[in-house]
Write a protein that binds this ligand. Structure first.
Ligand SMILES: Nc1ncnc2c1ncn2[C@@H]1O[C@H](COP(=O)(O)OP(=O)(O)OP(=O)(O)O)[C@@H](O)[C@H]1O
Ligand SMILES: [Mg+2]
Length: 365
């Protein structure tokens, strides 16, 4: 296993910049998830690491060795595009053993290795079967086996669960994560699904328009997004954004919003900007009698132990995750209180979190 170091990596197609000056290090044994909307450059980055795409500029090191321009076939990296891409006419064991056969590994050694991987994936009882009749779960395990059998220095996976239905995806997510805990392989996993990223990653790298916006652990990225984009992209329902009227003044303990006044964390109180947004997660707003802000309930959605209450206010539509023992119904006029310490304030111009800009926190963690 090995670290992967990316330095100032760029990829352009004519005038179009697909990946812009990416720099980050993936630690040995880390489960690193690249997350972002369609077209943000995830696959392009992964393909440069795999050697399927030549970078326009920058460097890639694998285990300390520069591999930027070495051919993909010479990199000891396993790439799983889509777990369903199996050789249909071959048996399970031949599918798994195929990369070793290409490498010229002896039949006996191949057999041992395939059996070991199959045991780990709990598919050793179907080794002799064709892959045609397998369930989608087993097909998925076979494809994973084919990547694992190689003893690669790193695993790259590009939306491997994309084609699965929701329930099965959850199961495979869990299995992949357990497998990773056992094998400890350096893994780069690409997805546009933030729930998948949050549940699997050691660290998440959020990209937008070819740029890395933030790299951090799931809880850090959830609690302290460094930009409005990241705050809005991570979390479901999304973070609420309230425009502060007249921005933020140094020394202010609260910000005026249309129809109310919202207390802000102390760390923002030394900052001045003529334009600002308050970011509030749905669970950091509570229903109350008085409230810092008032509004009308437009829907109440039951979510087990919680309820999602949608409230129209003068600051726009806000989503509130509240305990379901609090009685509220559509049409109620309700007060809203904000958990001051959990709020994030973004500069209205740069849309970056004000604390990360001011106190030296870097976007690239
Ligand atoms: N060979 C190419 N020529 C021109 N443009 C390309 C080429 N390959 C990719 N692009 C463009 O680069 C951008 C990034 O593409 P990429 O496939 O990396 O996105 P992605 O983040 O993987 O998106 P998705 O979630 O849709 O898979 C896209 O706008 C894409 O159209
Ligand atoms: Mg892609």
């Amino acid at each position: 296993m090995a670290t992967i170091e990316i330095q100032n990596l760029c990829k352009t197609y004519g005038d179009f910049v697909a990946v812009r000056e990416s720099s980050f290090t993936i630690q040995d044994g880390e489960f690193f998830v690249m997350l972002g909307p369609s077209g943000c450059g995830k696959t392009t980055t992964l393909r440069m690491i795999a050697g399927l795409e030549v970078p326009t500029a920058g460097h890639i090191h694998l285990g300390g060795e520069e591999i930027t321009y070495s051919p993909g076939s010479q990199r000891n990296i396993a790439f799983v595009f889509q777990l369903f891409a199996l050789y249909p006419h071959m048996s399970v064991q031949d599918n798994i053993g195929f990369p070793l056969k290409v490498q010229g590994v002896s039949r006996k050694e191949r057999k041992n290795k395939v059996e070991e991987v199959a045991r780990m994936l709990q598919i050793d009882h179907i080794l002799k079967q064709g892959v045609g009749g397998l369930s989608s779960g087993d097909r998925q395990r076979v494809a994973l086996g084919r990547a694992l059998v190689r003893d690669a220095q790193a695993f790259l996976m590009d939306e491997p669960l994309g084609a699965l239905d929701a329930e099965f995806r959850d199961l495979m997510c869990e299995e992949l994560r357990l497998l990773h805990n056992r094998v400890g392989a350096t893994t780069v996993y690409v997805t546009h699904d933030q729930v998948e990223a949050m549940s699997m990653a050691d660290r998440i790298c959020v990209m937008e328009k070819g740029e890395v916006l933030q790299i951090a652990t799931p809880d850090e990225i959830y609690a302290r997004p460094t930009s409005k984009f990241v705050g809005g992209f991570i979390g479901s329902p999304s973070m609420n954004f309230l425009p502060a009227q007249g921005g933020i003044d140094s020394g202010a303990k609260s910000l005026a919003v249309k129809g109310g006044e919202v207390a802000i964390p102390e760390m923002y109180q030394a900052i001045t900007s003529d334009s600002a947004w308050i970011g509030a997660r749905p669970e950091h707003i509570t229903l109350s009698d008085q409230g810092a802000l008032r509004g009308e309930t437009v829907s109440v959605e039951y979510m087990g132990s919680r309820q999602l209450v949608v409230v129209d206010t003068e600051c726009g539509r806000l989503r509130v995750r509240s305990d379901n023992h609090i009685p509220v119904k559509t049409g109620d006029n309700v007060g809203l209180d904000f958990d001051a310490d959990a709020l994030v304030v973004f500069d209205g111009h740069t849309e970056k979190a004000i604390d990360s800009a001011l106190f030296g926190g870097t976007a690239h963690g």
